[in-house]
Design a protein around this ligand. Structure first.
Ligand code: JEE
Length: 274
């Protein structure tokens, strides 16, 4: 896979040199190019922003540097051997949600070009122009407002690169991830423990050291259900009851979740004594 990033803060992308993404590069599983947008300006001040048409707060990124940069980075990628056109990823607070499904889909593409912006974003005509020639995805990493798209690029790159074949070792394989496809697809994971068996008078739950694999699996499932109900009740409401067994239903009932007439889970009104 090849990743290109065009930014006015190339140093913000330094983390792509370390840890999982850095190792994938060192192993030759990934090529990364980080490009300074200001290299495609032509004025003495390397101007990339201007005031918004129609008025309003802040500044908007000018289209010309982005157009020249994208053309140059895409030409260079082709010269470096990319046979298929890139997917262009535009981080923006008004994008579609970046999800595990997006990460998995993008991990199957040979070439991604990221365009993290600053200020109030990029002149709309750039997205229109490149959408006419390439697949462009405007994506948001969550419902909060950042100051620019660089941190979202780091987030998305890490989520995508760890899914590349051979990037995660066996010890950290991703078959049981929350949100990954599979049986526990819709549940958060419960707590994890390691040695020593007692630490500051706190002991590891007995079931985990007992060696009874059936009891361990059931305990973990109950912990996952309880954690999901507490932290992500939306996932319980969305859950298909047909994916749950009788014990799951009892565990959820003990947590106050019952089936509604529509066949979905809802929270029973808490019973109050007098
Ligand atoms: C890219 C510039 C800053 C701040 C206008 C009006 C928007 C842009 N999940 C995510 N949060 N933030 C980003 C993100 C932020 C960015 C850029 C991504 C480029 N900025 C910026 C404010 C505004 N606001 C009120 O509604 C919210 C625009 C992001 C991602 N991905």
């Amino acid at each position: 896979m090849r990743l290109d990033v065009i930014t006015i803060f190339p140093e913000y992308l330094e983390p792509l040199n370390v840890s999982l993404v850095g190792k994938a590069r060192a192993r030759g599983q990934l090529d990364v190019g980080v490009h300074d947008l200001r290299a495609w300006t032509h004025d003495r001040h390397h101007t990339v922003d201007d005031t918004p048409y129609g008025g309003g707060p802040g500044m908007v990124m000018k289209p010309e540097p982005w157009g020249e940069a994208l053309d140059a980075v895409i030409d260079a990628g082709r010269d470096a051997g990319q046979a298929q056109p890139p997917v262009i990823i535009v981080p923006t607070p008004s994008g579609r949600p970046f999800t595990q499904e997006q990460a998995a889909d993008l991990s199957a593409r040979p070439w991604l070009v990221f365009t993290p912006a600053r200020y109030e974003g990029i002149d709309r005509r750039v997205i229109e122009e490149y959408s006419a020639r390439y697949e462009v995805r405007e994506l948001s990493i969550g419902d909060y407002v950042l100051a620019g798209g660089e941190a979202p690029v780091l987030v998305m790159a890490e989520a995508i690169v760890r899914l590349l074949p051979g990037v995660l070792g066996n010890a950290e394989s991703h078959r049981d991830d929350s949100f990954a496809a599979g049986a526990m697809a819709d549940l958060l994971e419960g707590p994890v423990y390691t040695k020593p068996p007692a630490w500051r008078d706190r002991t590891v739950p007995g079931v985990l050291v007992g060696g009874h694999h059936g009891k361990i699996a059931r305990w973990r499932r109950d912990q996952a259900l309880a954690r999901t109900a507490a932290h992500r009740p939306d996932l319980i409401r969305r859950c298909d009851p047909a994916t749950l067994d009788q014990h799951d239903l009892r565990t959820l009932a003990e947590l106050g979740w019952t089936l509604t007439d529509e066949g979905r889970f809802g929270r029973a009104a808490p019973r109050v004594e007098e």
